[in-house]
Ligand binder design. Structure first.
Ligand SMILES: *[C@@H]1O[C@H](CO)[C@@H](O)[C@H](O)[C@H]1NC(C)=O
Ligand SMILES: *[C@@H]1O[C@H](CO)[C@@H](O)[C@H](O)[C@H]1NC(C)=O
Ligand SMILES: *[C@@H]1O[C@H](CO)[C@@H](O)[C@H](O)[C@H]1NC(C)=O
Ligand SMILES: *[C@@H]1O[C@H](CO)[C@@H](O)[C@H](O)[C@H]1NC(C)=O
Ligand SMILES: *[C@@H]1O[C@H](CO)[C@@H](O)[C@H](O)[C@H]1NC(C)=O
Length: 572
C-alpha cells in the first residue's frame, strides 16, 4: 500500500517534471567561452552539378554549376559582398571527376556529360583555366574566401564494391595549383576529396591510403607555396563522419598535416521525404545530430588536437534538397539551429549547400532549362510549354538570380550579429524554445538566437546573467527546476546597473509571410525585405525594446536579440 502510494507520488513528480513549463528562464554564463568560431564561420558552397542533374522528376540545378554559372549577374556579386568575406567552398559529388585544363592535360577540356556507368551517372568534366580566371575575378571583386575541393580519385583504380585503391596521382593538381599561385589567386584552403570516407557515397578509399595521400598533398603545398607569405590550409576528408575512419586518418597522417577535418551533414533525409516538416519542428529530432558534433570534437581532441572541425557541406535534405521545404522560411529553423549547435561544439566553419543551385540555395535558381528527361516525366504542362517555347525561340539557357533576401536574411543576420565567442547557457522550460548565445559581433554585449518551434505552448522568456544570479543568490547555479523557478521572483538585471530601466535591447524577428512557415517571403520585424531600386541589399534594422521586459517570440518564428550592456567578461 505504502509502496503504491510512493509510486504514485513518484509518478506525479516525474510527470510534472517532464511537462513543458510555460516560463522559460535563460541564464547566460558570461564568464567563460565554451567554444570559438572563425571569423569566416559562415560559408556557402558552389557545386559542379550540370543542368542534367535531376532528382524526383525535377532538375533544379540549371546554370548554377561552377562551370556555367553566370558570374556577371549583378545580384550574385552583391549578395556575396553583403557578407563581407563570405567563405565559398567549391566542391560536391562530381569533384572527384574534375580535371583541370592546364596545358599538360592530355585529354580535351570538356564539360560533364551523362554517362551510364560513370560515377553518379556522369563523365569526367574539366575546369578550364579561362573559367578559373573568371571565377577568381569574381572572388577578388567580392572579397570571398575560397576553399577549393581537389579531385582525390585521380590515378586510383576502381575496385569492387565501390572501394578505390592505389595512390593518388598529384600531377594535374600540381600544375593547377602552380598556375593558381602564378596568377596570384588566393586559395585559403585546399580540400582533399568528397564523401570518400567511411562507407563512401559513390566511392570510398581506406583511411590508411587517404592518410598517405594527404601527407603527399601537404608536401606538395609546402613545396609550391615555399616562397609565399601565407600558406593555405589543407582540409579533409569532406565526407560523412565515421569515428574510426576519421580517427585513423588523423593518427596516420600525423601532426600538423590536416588543418581542419571537414564533414557533411544531411540530417533531414532525402529530398522527397514527406516528414521533413515535422522533423524540422521536432526538437528531439533536431538534437539527434549533436552526437555527431560531440564525437567529432572528441575524436579531434584525442587523435589530432592540431586540427579543428568544419562542416564542409550541409544542405538539410539530400539529393538536391526538398522543393517543398528547402527554399521556404521553415528551412531557416533547421539552418540557424545547426549554426548554433555546430558553434557550441567548436566547429570553426559551416558551409551551407548551396550559395546557388538545387532547392537549397541561399540564392534562388530559376531555371528554364529544357531537359530531355523532363518530357518523359509527369511534369506540369506549363513548364513543358515554357520549355518548348524557349527551345523554339532559341533563347539561351538562363538562370536568373532571384529572391535573394528571402532565403539569406537568416544567414546575413547570423553573420552580422553573432560574434566569435560562444557562451554557455542554462535554459529551463520548454524544449520547443531553442536558444544559443554568443558574444556580440563588433560591439560589447551578447547576442541571443531564439527559435520558437512551438505552434501552441505559451512561454515568456526571462534572460539573466549568471554573474547577477550568483550575486543575488549568493551561490552557484543548479539546473533543477524549482531553483530556476525561484529565480523568476528575484530581481535580475542584464545591464550594468540595477537602474537600467532606460536601456534597450535590439530585436530582429523573422517570420513567414501571413504566418505561413512554408512561405517563400520572409518578414523582418513584420515587413517584407526588398532590394533597393539599385538592386542593393537594404539595411537590416532592429526594433528597440526595454531591456528588462520579457521576450515574446511568435509561434514558429525566430529572433536575434542583442543585449548591448550585458556584462560578459569572456567577451571583452
Ligand atoms: C549574365 O547576366 C547578365 C546580367 O544580368 C546578362 O546581361 C547576360 O546576358 C547573362 N549572360 C548569360 C550568358 O546569360
Ligand atoms: C600521373 O598522371 C600523369 C598525367 O596523366 C602521368 O603522365 C603519370 O605517369 C602519372 N603518374 C603515375 C605515377 O602514374
Ligand atoms: C597511429 O600512427 C602510428 C604512426 O603512423 C602507427 O604506428 C600506429 O599504429 C597508429 N595507431 C593507430 C591506433 O592507428
Ligand atoms: C521574396 O519572395 C517573393 C516571392 O515569394 C518575391 O516576390 C520577392 O521579390 C522576394 N523579395 C526579395 C527581396 O527578393
Ligand atoms: C512561442 O509560440 C507560442 C505559440 O503560440 C507562444 O505561445 C509562445 O509565447 C512563444 N514563445 C515565446 C518565447 O514568445
Amino acid at each position: 500500500m505504502i509502496l503504491h502510494f510512493l509510486l504514485f507520488v513518484f509518478c506525479l513528480i516525474s510527470g510534472s517534471l517532464s511537462e513543458e513549463s510555460p516560463d522559460v528562464t535563460i541564464i547566460v554564463k558570461g564568464s567563460d567561452l565554451v567554444a570559438e568560431i572563425d571569423d569566416t564561420f559562415l560559408c556557402a558552397t558552389l557545386d559542379w552539378w550540370p543542368p542534367e542533374k535531376c532528382n524526383y522528376n525535377q532538375c533544379p540545378w540549371g546554370q548554377a554549376s561552377v562551370l556555367n554559372l553566370n558570374l556577371s549577374h549583378p545580384v550574385l556579386a552583391k549578395s556575396i559582398q553583403a557578407f563581407n568575406h563570405l567563405r565559398i567552398r567549391i566542391g560536391g559529388s562530381l569533384q572527384d571527376q574534375v580535371v583541370y585544363g592546364v596545358p599538360s592535360l592530355e585529354d580535351q577540356c570538356l564539360p560533364f556529360s551523362k554517362k551510364s556507368g560513370g560515377l553518379f551517372g556522369f563523365s569526367q568534366g574539366c575546369l578550364s583555366l579561362e573559367r578559373w580566371d573568371e571565377l577568381n575575378l569574381l572572388f577578388q571583386k567580392t572579397g570571398a574566401i575560397i576553399t577549393f575541393g581537389l579531385n582525390a580519385l585521380i590515378g586510383r583504380r576502381r575496385g569492387n564494391k565501390g572501394t578505390w585503391t592505389g595512390d593518388w596521382n598529384s600531377t594535374n593538381a600540381r600544375d593547377f595549383i602552380e598556375y593558381t599561385i602564378s596568377q596570384g589567386y588566393q586559395v585559403d584552403s585546399w580540400e582533399f576529396g568528397n564523401e570518400l570516407s567511411g562507407q563512401g557515397v559513390g566511392a570510398r578509399v581506406s583511411a590508411k591510403q587517404y592518410a598517405k595521400d594527404v601527407i603527399a598533398l601537404k608536401a606538395l603545398l609546402n613545396e609550391l607555396y615555399s616562397d609565399s607569405y601565407e600558406q593555405p590550409l589543407l582540409v579533409a576528408p569532406g565526407g560523412f563522419f565515421d569515428q574510426q575512419w576519421y580517427a585513423q586518418l588523423l593518427n596516420d597522417s600525423g601532426t600538423g598535416v590536416i588543418d581542419a577535418m571537414t564533414h557533411h551533414i544531411y540530417n533531414l533525409g532525402a529530398g522527397d521525404d514527406s516528414r521533413i516538416e515535422s522533423k524540422i519542428l521536432n526538437p528531439q529530432y533536431l538534437s539527434r545530430i549533436t552526437d555527431t558534433f560531440r564525437n567529432l570534437q572528441l575524436t579531434i581532441e584525442r587523435h589530432g588536437p592540431w586540427s579543428s572541425a568544419w562542416v564542409g557541406e550541409s544542405g538539410g535534405a539530400y539529393n538536391s534538397g526538398s522543393r517543398r521545404v528547402s527554399n521556404k522560411f521553415l528551412n531557416s529553423f533547421w539552418y540557424l539551429d545547426q549554426l548554433g549547435m555546430a558553434s557550441k561544439y567548436n566547429t570553426k566553419v559551416y558551409c551551407r549547400q548551396t550559395l546557388i543551385g538545387g532547392n537549397y540555395g541561399l540564392l534562388d535558381t530559376d531555371t528554364f532549362v529544357p531537359n530531355p528527361d523532363y518530357y518523359r516525366q509527369d511534369m506540369h504542362i506549363t513548364n513543358q510549354f515554357i520549355d518548348l517555347c524557349l527551345r523554339n525561340m532559341k533563347v539561351p539557357q538562363v538562370t536568373r538570380v532571384l529572391i535573394f533576401l528571402n532565403f539569406s536574411t537568416s544567414a546575413l543576420l547570423w553573420h552580422r550579429l553573432m560574434g566569435k565567442g560562444v557562451l554557455s547557457i542554462d535554459i529551463s522550460g520548454s524544449s520547443y524554445l531553442r536558444a544559443y548565445a554568443h558574444c556580440s559581433k563588433g560591439t560589447e554585449g551578447i547576442s541571443l538566437l531564439l527559435i520558437n518551434l512551438s505552434k501552441s505552448t505559451k512561454f515568456s522568456v526571462t534572460v539573466r546573467n549568471d554573474l547577477n544570479v550568483i550575486l543575488a543568490e549568493g551561490g552557484g547555479i543548479r539546473r533543477d527546476n524549482p531553483f530556476v523557478r525561484s529565480l523568476k521572483r528575484t530581481v535580475s538585471w542584464v545591464g550594468r546597473k540595477t537602474s537600467d530601466e532606460s536601456e534597450n535591447r535590439k530585436e530582429y524577428h523573422l517570420s513567414g509571410n501571413d504566418g505561413n512557415y512554408l512561405s517563400q517571403t520572409v518578414l523582418l520585424n513584420g515587413t517584407p525585405l526588398e532590394l533597393t531600386e539599385d538592386g542593393d541589399i537594404p539595411t537590416l534594422d532592429p526594433v528597440y525594446v526595454p531591456v528588462n521586459s520579457p521576450i515574446d517570440i511568435d509561434p514558429l518564428s525566430i529572433a536575434f536579440v542583442i543585449f548591448p550592456e550585458f556584462e560578459a567578461q569572456a567577451c571583452t
